[in-house]
Design a protein around this ligand. Structure first.
Ligand SMILES: NC(=O)c1ccc[n+]([C@@H]2O[C@H](COP(=O)([O-])OP(=O)(O)OC[C@H]3O[C@@H](n4cnc5c(N)ncnc54)[C@H](OP(=O)(O)O)[C@@H]3O)[C@@H](O)[C@H]2O)c1
Length: 252
């Protein structure tokens, strides 16, 4: 089997894992954040967990990208920039903004995320700098232009929604409040909605099965969690707005 075939299998593996993950998460909610609970083995500090989990998406992705034949071409470099903007924020800035003192995360969650991010880094970095072919005129292709715009829209939504959540707590607080205003009037998890939009945009801009695999996995991973979060709010806050959808305004 040559490497192109291995890469193809790895991409289909990621799509298969999206299906398995979605089915599993519809019945089991991953034990971190508000759903952290005992019985999931050893734990580690939340912030350390985030840092470790997301690091392969920055470092390994960058390293694999640099091994590719097309590593110095403009379009792959634009994709690298989009990817790294998201993941440098997620692994090196977001964990330090958390008001999460004393919180822990199950080690198994961090380990699974590291394994997934390793696979995903290979699938996507190897595609954009090696197996994919993007000539310079791809920069004017409508799929690229719309995809990048969708990516940036999703990134903006994700950032703003996370910032609003983080601002709910004053320094030292660790409890939960009902977020209100902006997209929170429509959905429980606009941060997840933004993240899904982001990776759909990336899939469109790269017009690749690799990008689609990651967009599907993202939706499979955080889609069910949006419903678990809404259930959690409803159980905990009797005044939680009943009309608020979980993920997609007016729909879901
Ligand atoms: N691509 C993927 O597959 C993937 C997977 C997972 C996460 N993510 C992204 O990673 C980011 C974080 O995910 P997450 O699941 O941790 O999001 P989350 O549950 O919405 O929490 C985000 C942060 O806000 C705090 N928070 C949440 N709700 C709050 C409330 N009602 N009152 C006060 N503070 C509140 C949380 O504190 P606590 O930690 O104390 O709960 C946490 O620090 C999101 O942007 C998400 O899209 C992506």
């Amino acid at each position: 089997m040559n490497e192109a075939q291995i890469h193809g299998w790895a991409t289909w593996l990621e799509i298969f894992l999206a299906g398995v993950t979605c089915l599993a998460l519809l019945s089991i909610t991953a034990p971190y954040g508000r759903h952290q609970r005992s019985g999931w083995g050893p734990t580690l500090p939340n912030r350390v967990g985030w840092l470790l989990m997301e690091m392969p998406a920055v470092v390994l992705f960058g390293w694999i990208f640099l091994q590719g034949e097309h590593r110095f071409e403009i379009v792959p470099l634009v994709f690298l920039a989009l990817w790294e903007i998201h993941y440098i924020h997620r692994s090196l800035i977001f964990p330090f903004r958390l008001r999460t003192s004393g919180k822990r995360m199950a080690l198994c969650i961090a380990a699974l995320a590291i394994a997934f991010n390793t696979l995903n880094a290979y699938v996507n970095a190897r595609w954009i700098s090696h197996f994919g072919r993007y000539e310079i005129d791809w920069l004017l292709d409508p799929r690229f232009l719309v995809g990048v715009a969708v990516f940036l829209l999703g990134f903006g939504i994700n950032l703003k929604a996370d910032r609003m959540l983080l601002a709910l707590r004053k320094p030292g607080e660790t409890d939960y409040k009902i977020p209100r205003g902006w997209l929170y009037d429509y959905v429980t998890c606009p941060n997840y909605l933004g993240e899904i939009i982001e990776w759909l945009g990336f899939a469109l801009a790269t017009w690749s099965l690799a990008g689609l695999a990651f967009a599907l996995y993202t939706a499979a991973n955080i889609g069910p969690r949006a419903f678990a979060n809404r259930r959690w709010y409803r159980e905990r806050f009797p005044d939680y707005p009943p009309q608020r959808k979980a993920l997609i305004p007016y729909l879901l």
